[in-house]
Write a protein that binds this ligand. Structure first.
Ligand code: GUN
Ligand code: ZN
Length: 432
């Protein structure tokens, strides 16, 4: 049954009802003068052209937005909560950056009070950037995941997170054990998975920081809890690949290290996946895995150029990740821009439609949340972002001159900065 309408927002609307890879530009519904009608409990009742819906919802109060595009909230498919203070720390590739900046920043999350304070900061930063859902790495401390889940629950956000598993090749204060990591993950799943809008992801950091035993236990958790996700890094940096070969001799390619331990399935979300071999592409797509494309961090750390075109050809589910702190911005609009530039560096193309799809419905599908969020179809949860397409004169001109939804979405991604993002709404309520 449809909820009764409570409020309507009148603005330009853009959302995806399918994948532009399959349906082309028809995948996107764009209403220059649109109406988004929201019902009880923050559920979408209907979205469409204001002209055709105005009479039907005549008694419903309307909030009229000027120069505003409403989009489903951005989905950040890969981000690290305890790396807020490792952001914009330059010098060195992934492995150097982890040791020099990231591990010290994460060590501070052993303190539950500090973790609670940072959870507030982190979630506010997500919302200020129009990100209403994220797949999040906590630190290896259970209390960091508790703090993040507790605060996200209060804000009623749809968020998936997990405590990092790592039991080697990291400072001792950050290491758990195969046994304690699995036990704490199980406790966190029981407490938070399905609480409100929260979900859990079993989160081994990456192959180099887990023993074979720990990865096995992560696979056992996946089998035990059939709707939790698996979230990890894969094939991001060439030195990382060498390290994996050294640590898991005779095991074949990087993906096979995860395959052998039951970590490669349709619930797996792999961040980066830059340096995959041909057979890894075949296997990872055949297993129905999702990928998080993290271009901000791939440029910042100099990791490489993700082959988005190939992943799309293989019809994989792909989201965009900020990968903060490896990425130097929380802003998914900036990730779109860098995704475009990555494609150009490879000699490929990326349309406005493809970028916005990955940032909204595609990201939601990567996280297996597309039956709840990602567009404005009736019954979806009304998490959305209001974007000011006249935020600065140059953007206003470019928007005006753009003839098609494709041109408008492309321009907004290329010329947007934080001032463009006005507000985020969670279940129809203003959230920042
Ligand atoms: N690989 C292992 N840990 C990390 C991390 O924290 N950030 C990134 N970008 N890659 C990783
Ligand atoms: Zn990462």
């Amino acid at each position: 049954m449809r909820p009764s309408p409570v409020i309507a927002h009148r603005a330009s609307l853009a959302h995806f009802v399918s994948d532009p890879e399959i349906c082309g530009e028809k995948a996107c519904e764009f209403f220059e003068d649109g109406l988004l009608v929201i019902g009880e409990s923050g559920i979408v009742v209907e979205a469409g052209a204001a002209e055709s819906l105005r009479e039907k919802y005549a008694g419903v109060p309307v909030v009229a937005h000027k120069n505003t595009l409403l989009s489903p909230g951005f989905v950040d498919a890969h981000i690290h909560f305890p790396q807020v203070d490792a952001i914009a720390c330059g010098g060195g590739d992934l492995l150097e950056w982890l040791n020099r900046h990231t591990f010290p920043a994460e060590a501070a999350f052993a303190d539950a009070d500090y973790a609670a304070e940072m959870a507030e900061f982190f979630l506010a930063e997500l919302l200020a950037n129009g990100t209403t859902t994220a797949l999040v790495f906590a630190s290896s401390h259970k209390c960091s995941a508790d703090a993040l889940f507790a605060r996200a629950r209060e804000k009623n956000m749809r968020l998936i997170a997990g405590k990092v598993l790592m039991d080697r090749n990291a400072p001792p204060e950050l290491c758990d054990t195969a046994e304690s990591g699995a036990r704490e993950s199980r406790e966190l799943i029981r407490q938070w998975h399905g609480a409100g809008r929260l979900g859990y992801a079993v989160t081994p950091r990456f192959a180099p920081t887990s023993t074979s035993e720990q990865l096995h236990k992560a696979g056992e958790l996946l089998a035990e809890f059939p709707d939790v996700l698996l979230h990890t890094h894969l094939s991001e940096n060439r030195r990382e690949l060498d390290f994996v070969r050294e640590l898991f001799p005779g095991e074949g390619d990087y993906l096979s290290v995860y395959e052998r331990r039951g970590l490669v399935c349709e619930r797996s979300v792999f961040a980066h996946a830059i340096h995959l071999g041909g057979d890894e592409w075949r296997r990872i797509s055949a297993r129905g895995c999702a990928l998080a494309h993290c271009p901000l961090s791939n440029f910042f750390l100099g990791s490489g150029l993700f082959d988005f075109a190939r992943a799309r050809e293989l019809r994989m589910r792909i989201g965009l990740g900020s990968d903060v702190g490896g990425g130097n911005s929380f802003c998914i609009l900036r990730a779109m821009e860098e995704a475009y530039k990555t494609a150009r560096m490879r000699g490929d193309n990326l349309t406005g439609m493809q970028m916005w799809h990955a940032a909204t419905l595609g990201g939601a599908a990567a996280l297996r949340l597309d039956s709840h969020i990602g567009n404005f179809l009736p019954g979806k949860e009304a998490d959305f972002v209001a974007l000011d397409f006249a935020a600065h004169p140059l953007l206003a001109r470019r928007w005006q001159q753009s003839q098609t939804p494709e041109e408008k979405l492309f321009a907004l991604a290329m010329l947007s900065e934080r001032p463009t993002i006005k507000n985020a709404y969670i279940l129809g309520e203003l959230a920042n």
